[in-house]
Design a protein around this ligand. Sequence first.
Ligand code: UDP
Ligand code: MG
Length: 146
Amino acid sequence: MASMVLFNEVEESYIMIKPDGVGEIISRFENNGFKLKGLKLFHCPKQLAEEHYKDLSSKPFFPKLITYITLGPVVCMAWEGVGVVASAHKLIGATNPLQGEPGIIRGDLAVQTGRNAVYGSDNPENGKREIELTEWTPVQTPWLVE
Ligand code: UDP
Ligand code: MG
């Protein structure tokens, strides 16, 4: 029941296009009616990548994951909308891109688990925390404030 309530809330999700990802990922979220609140290109330092994925630090693939995320710039985005966290998971699809159906981002735009193109927050609390972690400034701020 609690998850149903959350699904009707306006939420924020941190969506990150990983170094191998492509710009088409942005239009997938746009086309679903979500609001892009902020966006930046960012070469993530190793230490912040380790903090972002700290829950996976004991996994055997962790060193390779950190190498992957720090290979080149990522696109950090804050997306807002009703149920955006759960919808983003549906749009992004399974961790292994080969399990993705047509129309699902990872299924269409990626091939390997270790190069799966995009990240999305696990829950609304993480969405807020991850957006703060990358020191978010909404993209429209300089248009609104002199
Ligand atoms: N990953 C990997 N090998 C694995 C599992 C995960 O390289 O066997 C990488 C992959 O890039 C994945 C990330 O670690 O997106 C985080 O793993 P998680 O299980 O949280 O998958 P996600 O939530 O991204 O689908
Ligand atoms: Mg995950």
